[in-house]
Ligand binder design. Sequence first.
Ligand code: TXA
Ligand code: MG
Length: 348
Amino acid sequence: MNTKIVQMREGHIDEVLIQEAGEILKAGGLVAFPTETVYGLGGDALNPLSSKKIYAAKGRPSDNPLIVHIAEFGALAPIVREIPGNAWKLAERFWPGPLTMILYKSDQVPYETTGGLDTVAVRMPGNQIARKLIQAAGGYVAAPSANRSGRPSPTLAKYVAEDLEGRVEMIIDGGDVEIGLESTIIDLTSDRPMVLRPGYITRQDLQDLLPEVEEDSTLMRDDSGQAPKAPGMKYRHYAPKGDLTIVKGTEESVLAYINAQCERKESKKTGVIGTDSTVGRYCADVRKSVGSREDEEAVARELYRILREFDDEDVEVIYTEAFDDSGIGQAIMNRLLKAAGHKIVEVL
Ligand code: TXA
Ligand code: MG
């Protein structure tokens, strides 16, 4: 398949191209597009064949449900059994934005889209290109992150092209994403609202609105006996090719530990994820900074790009500093823990 790659910016949306992309989706084709979190791989959410194509293009197991993207609140009612009070509250505060809600689905949503579940994940993105595209496509776009299964979610269109060129009809390059980590997911079908995936909207943000909010106990721990509640969280999703270890401790102890390890691994290509104040002091072969430790938003934005760069440079052993796991840091650490297969070393 020949993939058409087009460029657009939120402030300069090409309506003709958006219509063309919308027609592709309506006809059952696939279009990758920017959102404020990461790039999405879109298909018509109400067309079972489109969902099958998404799984095939991604190389993703079909028991892993897709998020249905909508552009306006009025589009929610037809695809869910009911809109509970908590969904109204959350939508009012956080939509459009990086929040996905799990609700009971209506008959409109095919099981192919929900991976066989009776629930559906719904999100209204804030990115203007995404919203125009959803409208042009008829209102419902199923979209997982636009990466091949097992690779970090793409935060730049060039990574979408790397993974999906030849597998989708169109890629809309909308420039760098704003957030860089996938949306926060909250399940509203259990007794108490439960966070299934941490993101830019933090536990505290949610608790301010819904004090009874809980979180899936598998988010930050490797509870091997228990399955995560979001089917996709059970896969080793965000895995770099190199063997990744998180090192936690004081700045000096982390530096000393990582440098000692890199020296011992001299036959292998080593890499380090550090911060602006430490990166120059590591002796690994490849050193990258995620920015300033204080600027968590920047760390979130840089993380996946850096993991991909380590892949491109064939780094075999990677060490990363740990981050504070409160606020957005919880999402950063959740992704790092998954990428590392929960390999974390504490040094004193
Ligand atoms: O920010 C995002 O959410 C991005 C952009 C493109 O919107 N999308 C994204 O989709 O991250 P994906 O497919 O990579 O991750 C969706 C996650 C998976 O872990 C999946 O298992 C979970 O949401 N999920 C989807 N539907 C669900 C459901 N009905 N119940 C529980 N988990 C669900
Ligand atoms: Mg994904």
